[in-house]
Write a protein that binds this ligand. Structure first.
Ligand code: NI
Length: 153
């Protein structure tokens, strides 16, 4: 392990510090939704074998975390205003999925098996197209205490 020695800032021996790779601000939102995981062309036994209990109708209290990266604006100290990010998350995702059935009620999820993976990818695309190029850094979708999906750039 390296020895930690307090160094003087102008000491020539002091190693150059690298700037942080990224500053990412995160915002969390929750929604409740129903879904069922099954392929219509498969029979019940195969759906049960692949999707387990999720082959039946059920719901989750989801948690969506969105990270936006950038350089804090000098005037505000913010990468993004969290009020704006929260509004964007609601408009792009939450308002369409909260208290809905994900297989039936959401136009932009038609034909998608609403696994946590597929939901997180769909959310990523909807958020990305509403943010400046390269700003979206992370989408995490928590489906249950034990299951979550994370997408990073
Ligand atoms: Ni489920």
């Amino acid at each position: 392990m390296a020895t930690l020695k307090p160094g003087s800032a102008d000491s020539p021996a002091r190693p150059r510090r690298r700037p942080p790779a990224a500053v990412t601000i995160m915002r969390r939102a929750t929604f409740a939704a129903a879904h069922v995981l099954r392929r219509e062309e498969w029979d019940e036994a195969r759906n049960r074998a692949v999707f387990g209990a999720c082959a039946g109708e059920h719901g989750h209290n989801y948690v969506l975390e969105v990270g936006v990266s950038g350089v804090p604006e000098p005037a505000t100290g913010m990468v993004v205003n969290l009020k704006d990010l929260d509004r964007l998350m609601r408009q792009a995702v939450i308002d369409d999925v909260d208290h809905r059935h994900l297989n039936r009620d959401v136009a932009w999820l038609q034909g998608v098996i609403p696994t946590a993976e597929n939901l997180a990818l769909a959310f990523w695309h909807r958020l990305e197209e509403r943010l400046p190029d390269g700003a979206l850094a992370r989408v995490r979708l928590v489906e249950s205490e034990n299951n979550s999906v994370e997408i990073t750039r």
